[in-house]
Every structure is written in C-alpha cells, then in structure tokens.
Ligand binder design. Structure first.
Ligand SMILES: Cc1cc2nc3c(=O)[nH]c(=O)nc-3n(C[C@H](O)[C@H](O)[C@H](O)COP(=O)(O)O)c2cc1C
Length: 189
C-alpha cells in the first residue's frame, strides 16, 4: 500500500509559534508512523485579505493556487491552530477563505481528510479556536474532520527542548489522532 500523504501546517507564522511547535511534533510523529509528510509554513503562502473587488480584478492569488494544489497532492491535512478571541486566527481563516473560492476546480476540502490540534498558554489549550476551525471546515466547507483532536494547554511550557510534548497523555492523544488520520488518508473514502 502506498504511504499516506499528509500535509501539516500551523495557523501562525510567528517565530517560536506554539502552534508551530505542535505542527512540528505532529509532522515528526507522522513520519515515525511511516506517513509521507509535508510540513509547510503559511509564511510561504502569503495572501492579501480577501476582498471581492480584488478577486474580480486580479483573480485568486498565486499563493492560494499553490496551496490549493499542495492540498490536492495530499490525502490528509493536519492543522495546528492558535486561538484568537475564542476563534481561529485571521491568517488561517483568510487562507481557507481564498482556497474555498477556487470554484470549478477539484475541491481539496472534499478530497482530503482533516485532523486538528490547538495550543494556548491558557487552561483550555485553545479549545474554542479548535471548535471554530472545525465549524468552518465541517459546516462551511463540508470537509471530513476527524473527532480525535488535541488541545495543548499551558503550551508555553508544554514542549521539551527536542520538541516532544512533556505530558505523556497529551503525546499519546496526539499519536492516536495521527494514527487515525493516516488510516483515513490511506482508505478510499
Ligand atoms: C488578537 C489575539 C487574541 C487572542 N485571544 C486568545 C484567546 O481567546 N484564547 C487564548 O487562549 N489565547 C488568546 N491569545 C493568545 C494567543 O493564543 C497567543 O498569543 C499564542 O501564542 C498565539 O499563537 P502562536 O504561539 O501559535 O503564534 C490571543 C492573542 C491575540 C494576538
């Protein structure tokens, strides 16, 4: 069976981003589980804020077309998101919005299966941002989003120097969600 192709990215491009740390450990664990992993940064897919006039004038930004193609080349997508005001950060929403505008071409939100994780220094680990992202993907775009998810609380001190999660239970939850993502990415669903 060919290895599951999984795309991984964080909803923040900040240097030292906590969500970036979760994306990095998810990518490492996926590779250990023998998936074919692409870890990308949204800083390489810079897009203007969505504006209908801009879209009518200039079409879809080149970065959105590249990321759309990147998603289509994978069967699984893992997104690690921060929480902004109990929701998803504008960078992530804007990125998803642009890609969702690429009508008439293959729809990566239908061809990919998604797994999500979040980070926050707070007690709930960005759980509200995670649920908001789930709503956008599931209700807004009809994507298959796996129920298994991990919300890393106290994220500023949750990672070891080598990037691993200090808390064994959280690490086990992450691996469990990634195993399921691989299983779905390999399945013909
Ligand atoms: C505009 C804004 C709103 C935020 N709202 C929340 C929030 O609702 N809950 C939370 O836990 N953290 C909140 N934070 C803190 C972020 O979770 C924190 O800055 C985090 O480190 C950003 O993610 P990153 O480390 O992946 O860049 C907010 C930060 C910003 C800038």
């Amino acid at each position: 069976m060919p290895r599951a192709r999984v795309l991984v990215f964080a909803g923040s491009t900040r240097s030292g981003a906590l969500s970036g740390k979760l994306a990095a450990i998810a990518a490492k664990e996926l590779a250990l589980l023998d998936a074919d992993v692409s870890l990308i940064s949204l800083s390489d897919y810079d897009m203007p804020i969505y504006n209908g006039d801009l879209e009518a004038r200039a079409g879809t930004p080149e970065a959105a077309r590249r990321l759309h193609a990147m998603m289509l080349a994978h069967r699984g997508v893992y997104i690690a998101t921060p929480e902004y005001n109990a929701s998803i950060p504008p960078l992530l929403k804007n990125t998803i919005d642009w890609i969702s505008r690429m009508k008439g071409s293959a729809d990566p939100f239908k061809s990919c299966v998604f797994a999500l994780g979040s980070t926050s220094n707070g007690r709930f680990g960005g759980y509200r941002g995670l649920m908001a992202l789930r709503q956008v993907l599931e209700l807004g775009l009809g994507a298959l989003v796996l129920p298994d998810q991990v919300a890393v609380s106290g994220a500023g001190t949750a990672f070891e120097e080598d990037g691993n999660l200090k808390d064994e239970k959280t690490g086990a939850m992450l691996r469990s969600s990634l195993r399921r993502l691989i299983a779905f990415a390999e399945a013909d669903v």
